[in-house]
Design a protein around this ligand. Structure first.
Ligand code: NAP
Length: 308
């Protein structure tokens, strides 16, 4: 029986692990298939305190993991396929077929990129359709690409891509960007980036092997046109990774796990941290803060039940 299982190894889960390990709870972290979470898909993080020059997302994750390990955190690769209440104060997880029981659980499974829901998106997945410019834009050196979305992610992806590709066309469904002012200014002031406003991507077209065009629809007059492109980068938000907890925990209408201000879910001993719970801030620093809160709460909870 594990004292504490932490599901997820992004910055929220790893911060929880550092705190829990230093409290001698010997936590087991289940790493998941997208190990390291969204910071693995980003470049420079400029708004995490203590790094005046910025820090690379993957570097943050690898250091946080080493820090958690140093204090006795154990790691297990794999995805939680089932989560259930096994008895009073006992929870069971099935990880790639193996059953693991725990007295306390911190869920820090994060969120995954939202897709448009087009068949063509699947057809050309990783053959012109991508969700991580940092990872894949360098494959399109000197070529023309499209970025879909109008938030900070779309702007960040566009700015990064503009350094390596010939041109970036942002396709956004409204007439203004949702991104922060500073990101908007950088994007709109970049000569390699242009924005097609009030438009949505209707179809991704290709020659069977790779993407060659997108069909875009003007949302005001309904007209469609085709735009030549070598790749489409989707940056239209994220979906919380909470499906496995549905029916056991309370989720809101968008799938975010509901918890109180102390990261406690409705199940005693089960806590949340990071983007699987937080749809408001969604920052590395807030995810790390929630990881800390959840670990401190788990520690108090475990002390309480051991006294019973
Ligand atoms: P977001 O802020 O939710 O923006 C998603 C964008 O995609 C919106 O512009 C939205 O359009 C559009 N969109 C959503 N569904 C769509 C669909 N089906 N078809 C077409 N367009 C669609 O998501 P995000 O940009 O990933 O950012 C998430 C959070 O992380 C934000 O809080 C953001 O500030 C933060 N973030 C910060 C940084 C940074 O500080 N460096 C970098 C990345 C992200 P509408 O505008 O019409 O809704």
């Amino acid at each position: 029986m594990e004292k504490l299982v932490i599901i997820g190894a992004g910055i929220a889960g790893l911060t929880a692990a550092i705190y829990a390990a230093r409290a001698n709870l010997s936590p087991l972290v289940i790493s998941g298939k997208e190990e390291g979470g969204q910071l693995m898909l980003t470049t420079a993080v400029e708004n995490y305190p203590c790094f005046p020059e910025g820090v690379m997302g993957p570097e943050m994750i690898s250091k946080a993991r080493a820090q958690a390990k140093r204090f006795g955190t154990r790691f297990k690769d794999g995805n939680v396929e089932q989560f259930s209440v096994k008895g009073k104060n006992i929870y069971e997880m099935v990880v790639d077929g193996e059953k693991i029981e725990a007295k306390s659980v911190i869920i820090a499974t994060g969120a995954s990129a939202r897709l448009l829901g087009l068949e063509s998106e699947k057809k050309y997945w990783n053959r012109g359709v991508h969700t991580c410019a940092t990872c894949d834009a360098p494959f399109y050196g000197g070529k023309d690409i499209v970025v879909v979305g109008g938030g900070d992610s779309a702007c960040e992806e566009s700015l990064f891509s503009a350094k390596v590709v010939n041109s970036v066309t942002i396709i956004h469904r409204r007439d203004q960007l949702r991104a922060s002012k500073i990101m908007q200014e950088r994007v709109l002031g970049n000569s390699k980036i242009k924005v097609v406003w009030n438009s949505s991507v209707e179809e991704i077209l290709g020659d069977g092997k790779k993407v060659t065009e997108v069909r875009i629809k003007d949302v005001n007059d309904g007209s469609s046109r085709e735009l030549k492109t070598d790749a489409v980068f989707l940056a239209i938000g994220h979906i919380p990774n909470s499906a496995v907890f549905k029916g056991v925990l309370e989720l809101d209408e968008n799938g975010y796990i509901i918890a109180d201000g102390r990261m406690r879910t409705k199940l005693p001993g089960v806590f949340v941290a990071g983007d699987v719970h937080d749809k408001v801030y969604r920052q590395a620093v807030t995810a790390a803060g929630m990881g800390c809160q959840a670990a401190l709460e788990a520690e108090r909870y475990l002390e309480g039940i051991s006294r019973q």
